[in-house]
Design a protein around this ligand. Structure first.
Ligand SMILES: NC(=O)c1ccc[n+]([C@@H]2O[C@H](COP(=O)([O-])OP(=O)(O)OC[C@H]3O[C@@H](n4cnc5c(N)ncnc54)[C@H](OP(=O)(O)O)[C@@H]3O)[C@@H](O)[C@H]2O)c1
Length: 352
């Protein structure tokens, strides 16, 4: 990509040249026209729905793909969270919460006592457990993706060029280079710190999780590595947004590290106390939400205060961690009594 390009390219997408943006737009207009012709031709045919789906898919931007992944994943987690308690326990609980599942919560082992579906879920989930420590792979993948996108940018890579031109064709406002760099840097720092934590402070443990949690996490980190640069703005207010986002990010980044260090120093499993743990059940989850909120603000398009794709990521993170945080409260209350956790928020102050 030629870096000496004009302001026009910067306004439309900082990762593409003016010629590339124009070509992408032309391709999009041509594609749309062809789609309409095809639609007209097949309007009354039996394949109408199929054709419409194809048109819809071909006009979906990379940002919209990421948004769909986050929202569908959040919907899936919510659907599991409202299942009957026995099934939910098998599907949702992981790590310490799983090891400590109370007899009341533990699904009955006798097949005649429960439905076939529950027995099937039990069999599948118990066969497909992986170590909780595999969380470490998320951050290796996240870091590798950050390095990959940097190499693509510096080396004028075809993958980045393809995604950026599809996004530019949608003719939506795009990111300034400063916002793109900041979004990338935030994700890089978060991935790097988590890899460091896994190598230095996280203690080995026998706790496990269902492999679907792990796969969902991998999908999340692959999508978020694109989300931080795929959308943005040519916004005069970008400096103000970065001014709000950077301190929020640093606060959450440092405090999440402190929480993880505190948890790693505890006897397994005891009640965390001190610092943010005096006010929250899961302050490391609070920080996780703040991290993505700050990224959404840092890369927000013109006229709005948040980047839509990263807000979808935040919805997934809040739903996913919210379900786990409420399970953690239940587990602490059963193990240590309601008193010590009564005055703590699960995750979000004044809300949850
Ligand atoms: N972006 C996302 O969607 C997403 C999803 C999940 C997690 N995360 C992030 O990943 C980080 C870790 O999440 P997590 O769900 O794995 O957290 P977690 O279940 O609280 O576990 C974190 C670590 O602390 C240990 N631990 C937890 N409670 C303990 C206690 N009471 N006593 C002693 N040790 C305890 C765990 O040990 P064991 O290994 O023995 O359980 C584990 O090593 C968090 O910062 C979270 O925000 C992000």
């Amino acid at each position: 990509m030629s870096k000496g390009d004009t302001q026009f390219a910067l306004v439309l997408h900082p990762l593409l040249s003016r010629r590339e943006v124009k070509a992408a737009k032309l391709r999009a207009v041509r594609k749309k026209r062809e789609s309409f012709v095809r639609l007209g031709r097949y309007a009354m045919g039996p394949d109408d729905l199929w054709q419409q789906s194809l048109v819809f898919l071909s006009s979906t931007t990379p940002a919209q793909c990421c948004q769909a992944i986050f929202l569908l994943a959040a919907g899936g987690v919510l659907a599991v969270a409202v299942m009957p308690r026995d099934a939910r326990t098998l599907l949702v609980n992981y790590g310490a919460r799983k090891a400590q599942t109370s007899p009341a919560d533990a699904p009955a082992k006798n097949v005649s006592d429960r439905g076939r579906l529950l027995s099937l879920i039990d069999m599948i989930t118990s066969w497909t457990q992986v170590p909780h420590s595999w969380f470490g792979a998320f951050y290796v993948v996240s870091l590798a993706c950050s390095v990959f996108w940097l190499a693509q940018y510096l080396g004028d890579g075809a993958v980045l060029r393809f995604i950026a031109s599809r996004q530019a064709a949608a003719q939506q406002p795009s990111a300034t280079s400063g916002q793109v760099v900041l979004g990338w840097l935030m994700m890089f720092l978060q991935g790097a710190r988590r890899v460091f934590e896994h190598l230095t402070i996280i203690k080995p443990s026998k706790s496990t999780m269902w492999v679907v949690h792990w796969l969902l996490g991998l999908l999340f980190y692959l999508s978020i590595s694109v989300s931080v640069w795929v959308e943005g703005s040519d916004d005069a207010q970008s400096l103000m947004k970065m001014g709000v986002a950077v301190p929020t990010f640093l606060f959450a980044w440092v405090n999440q590290y402190r929480c993880h260090k505190h948890l790693a120093g505890l006897k397994k499993y005891s009640l965390p106390e001190g610092g943010m743990f005096d006010h929250y059940i899961c302050p490391h989850y609070t920080c996780e939400c703040l991290l993505y909120l700050s990224m959404a603000i840092a890369t927000a398009p013109r006229g709005v205060w948040c980047n839509r794709t990263l807000m979808c990521a935040l919805i997934f993170v809040a739903v996913n961690l919210g379900v786990t945080a409420s399970g953690t409260r239940k587990w602490y209350a059963e193990k240590f009594g309601i008193g010590p956790v009564a005055n703590r928020w699960n995750m979000i102050p004044l809300v949850f």
